[in-house]
Design a protein around this ligand. Structure first.
Ligand code: DX5
Ligand code: ZN
Length: 217
C-alpha cells in the first residue's frame, strides 16, 4: 500500500532559531518541507521572499514544497525554481491561463500542483488533472497557521479522489490546514496522500515525535 507523505510547514516555526528547526526536520521522518509564500494581496498576511528561500535551501535535506499564495505567480516561476523550489503549487484563483502556467512549471523542471480555496469546486480542475503532480485542497482559508479544519473538505477530497481514479491518473491529493493527530486517520481513509502540518508539529513539546507519529499512522 502507498504510504502518505508528511510536509511540515515552517509558518509557525521559531524564526529566531530557523536553522535548528530545519535540522530537526532534516533528521525527522518528514518527506518534504512546505514553504508558505504570501504576498499580502491574495491573502491577508506576508511571509518571506527569495533570499530566505535560498538560505533555507542551503540547509534543507528534504525537497522544497513551495505553496504560492500570491497574485499573478507567472511573473516569478523561474525565480522560485532558481531559489530552490522542487514542487511548486499555484492557486487556481490566481491564474488566468492555468494550463500555460502548469506547462511552464513542468518545463522549468519542478513538479506542478494547483491549490483550491475552500469555496472553489475541484471539478474545475478536471481538464488539467492529468498534467498535475498534485492537487492541494485548502482545508482552512489560506493566510494563517493554527486554524480549525473545515469539515466540508471531506466531500471535496472524495470527489477529487473519484476524478483521479476515473481518469487513471497518478495525481496526488494534498491537504493544508488544521491537520491534527485526531483527524489524520479519517483523512488517510478518504485518500489524502500528502499532509501539510504546521501547528500540530511546531506547537508540540517534541516535534520529532509528532512527525514520527503522523508518518506511522
Ligand atoms: C495556511 C498555510 C498552511 C499553514 C498550515 O495558509 O498554507 O501551510 O502553515 O498550518 P496549520 O497546520 O497550523 O493549520
Ligand atoms: Zn501552505
Amino acid at each position: 500500500m502507498k504510504r502518505h507523505l508528511i510536509s511540515p510547514s515552517i509558518l509557525t516555526a521559531d524564526f529566531l532559531h530557523l536553522e535548528r528547526e530545519l535540522e530537526m526536520i532534516n533528521a525527522s521522518e518528514a518527506d518534504l518541507l512546505h514553504l508558505d509564500i504570501m504576498d499580502g494581496v491574495f491573502v491577508p498576511n506576508l511571509t518571506f521572499g527569495f533570499p530566505v528561500i535560498r538560505q533555507i535551501k542551503s540547509v534543507a535535506k528534504k525537497p522544497l514544497d513551495v505553496h504560492l499564495m500570491i497574485v499573478d505567480p507567472d511573473r516569478y516561476l523561474k525565480a522560485y525554481r532558481d531559489a530552490g523550489a522542487d514542487w511548486l503549487t499555484v492557486h487556481y484563483e490566481t491564474c488566468t491561463h492555468l494550463h500555460r502556467t502548469i506547462q511552464k512549471i513542468t518545463e522549468l523542471g519542478m513538479k506542478p500542483a494547483v491549490s483550491v480555496n475552500p469555496h472553489t469546486d475541484v471539478s474545475l480542475l478536471e481538464p488539467i488533472l492529468g498534467d498535475l503532480n498534485m492537487v492541494l485542497i485548502m482545508t482552512v482559508n489560506p493566510g494563517f497557521g493554527g486554524q480549525k479544519f473545515i469539515q466540508a473538505s471531506y466531500d471535496k477530497i472524495r470527489k477529487l479522489k473519484q476524478m483521479i481514479t476515473k481518469g487513471g491518473y497518478e495525481t496526488l491529493i494534498q491537504i493544508d490546514g488544521g491537520l491534527t493527530l485526531e483527524n489524520i486517520d479519517g483523512l488517510i481513509d478518504v485518500g489524502v496522500d500528502v499532509f501539510v502540518v504546521g501547528n500540530t508539529i511546531f506547537a508540540a513539546e517534541n516535534p520529532t515525535e509528532v512527525i514520527q507519529e503522523l508518518k506511522n499512522r
